[in-house]
Write a protein that binds this ligand. Structure first.
Ligand code: PLP
Length: 422
């Protein structure tokens, strides 16, 4: 008999062949009862932990009552409840919501809204960005060449400006911010004039690109530049949202607000659902019927899961826990860094933390990062890497993680570091 894994398309890479049958909080269990610490959260999805009882209950109740109500035909109370919940956690300037199923779909929606609302065509994205795998989102993704390889040419009108990744440049945060703003200004004078630029799109913490928080000053300058030129600021919180960084949304650290907010992943605790939010005045410029889809907003089970997710995050103090445990994680990682010069940088906000490996000659030490990741895996700790060179280990545990679980993971990481040498 064929191994069922051979029935899966090889286009999927697999960190492991672990086959979990049950999840609880930060843990996954396989059929033999082997327990894994999931510090990937399924790439930032299970912020409430695996199978949070309140999310499970919401799913079960909704599935027993109504699974689907197509948004162009009816409006489910579950979708309306979710819109109300999102309204409560977003700033007053975000007044209306549009639902879809994945992060990439939400990014596509944000671009279509921005283009139609401004009647401008061009987009500016950040070097190192990741916005998804559909064609438009791929054209906006610059975190690794493999995501575009053999698919180019991609849709045009996308311009790339440097992201203030100060460790990469080797400058202070202020110098890097200044440099990046000058480069952006030059781009607006040389490649995409302000009045043909619909939007600047940014992840407030660069995700796949290396887990790099944008300096607050950079985000504030982007905000005022957009305001000056009538350019929309699209903030992609697909990976950084829903409590991940110790604020409900990462842009809150900088005290700025997006024109269009893009959400997915942590929104549904694993149910496929995404959303964008914007001012009513902007949404009013999005001609009815010019965008949509069969499932967006119609899956009442996903909407119920998302509403329950927001309740859990708020009522169980997960944002505060992310800030607290994130500080504990950063401190622990910095102590390990002090013993291992190959760890060049430890950075992050809340529970979105990156550990960057650098060889003595200054080159990215991807092989070391991969070996450390494998050693953690041998000890049943699941961790992902990121960054253009794959030399950053990212820490993204569920936000329900407890202090002793952070300590357990740090102890495993420390052992893994010791086993690969300095
Ligand atoms: N935007 C960001 C910041 C992401 O991290 C991702 C996925 O990792 C996406 C968009 C795309 O989301 P999805 O994979 O659900 O299409």
């Amino acid at each position: 008999m064929r191994n069922p894994i051979d029935l899966l398309s090889p286009v999927w890479t697999h960190l492991t062949h672990v086959q979990p049958v049950r999840g609880e909080g930060v843990y996954l269990y396989d059929a033999d009862g082997v327990r894994y610490m999931d510090f990937t959260s399924g790439i930032g999805v299970t912020n409430t932990g695996h199978a949070h009882p309140r999310v499970v209950q919401a799913i079960q109740e909704q599935a027993g009552a109504l699974i689907f109500g197509q948004m162009n035909i009816v409006i489910t109370p579950a979708a309306l409840r979710l819109a109300q919940k999102l309204d409560e956690v977003t700033p007053p300037s975000i007044e209306q919501f549009f639902f879809s199923n994945s992060g990439a779909e939400a990014v596509e929606a944000s671009v279509k809204l921005a283009r139609m609302a401004t009647k401008r065509r061009n987009l500016i994205v950040m070097q190192g960005s990741f916005h998804g795998r559909t064609h438009q989102a791929m054209a906006m993704t610059t975190s690794k060449s493999i995501y575009r390889y053999d698919y180019q040419p991609l849709p045009g009108g996308v311009f790339v400006t440097p992201f203030p990744y100060s460790y990469y440049y080797g400058w202070s945060e202020e110098e890097t911010t200044h440099f990046c703003l000058r480069q952006l200004d030059q781009l607006l004078h040389s490649q995409s004039a302000p009045d043909e630029t619909a939007a600047i799109v940014i992840e407030p913490v660069l995700g796949e690109g290396g887990y790099v928080p944008a300096p607050n000053a950079f985000l504030r300058e982007l905000r005022s530049l957009c305001d000056r030129h009538g350019i929309l600021l699209i903030i992609d919180e697909v990976q950084s949202g829903f409590g991940r960084t110790g604020k409900f949304f990462a842009y809150e650290h900088a005290g700025v607000e997006p024109d269009i907010l893009v959400m997915a992943k942590g929104l549904g605790s694993g149910m496929p659902i995404s959303a964008i939010g914007a001012r009513a005045e902007l949404m009013a410029r999005w001609k009815p019927g010019t965008h949509g889809g069969t499932y967006g907003g119609g899956n009442a089970v996903a909407a119920a899961a998302a509403a329950a997710t927001i309740d859990v995050i708020r009522e169980e103090g997960l944002v505060e826990n992310a800030a607290q445990q994130g500080a504990r994680l950063l401190k622990g990682l910095r102590e390990i860094q002090a013993e291992h010069p190959v760890i060049g940088d430890v950075r992050g906000r809340g529970l979105m933390v990156g550990v960057e490996f650098t060889a003595p000659d200054g080159r990215p030490a991807a092989e070391t990062a991969t070996r450390v990741q494998a050693e953690c895996l041998r000890r049943n700790l699941l961790l992902l890497t990121c960054g253009a060179y794959g030399n950053v280990i990212r820490w993204i545990p569920p936000l329900v993680v407890a202090a002793d679980q952070i300590d357990d993971a740090l102890a495993i990481f420390n052992e893994a570091m010791a086993s690969v040498g300095k």
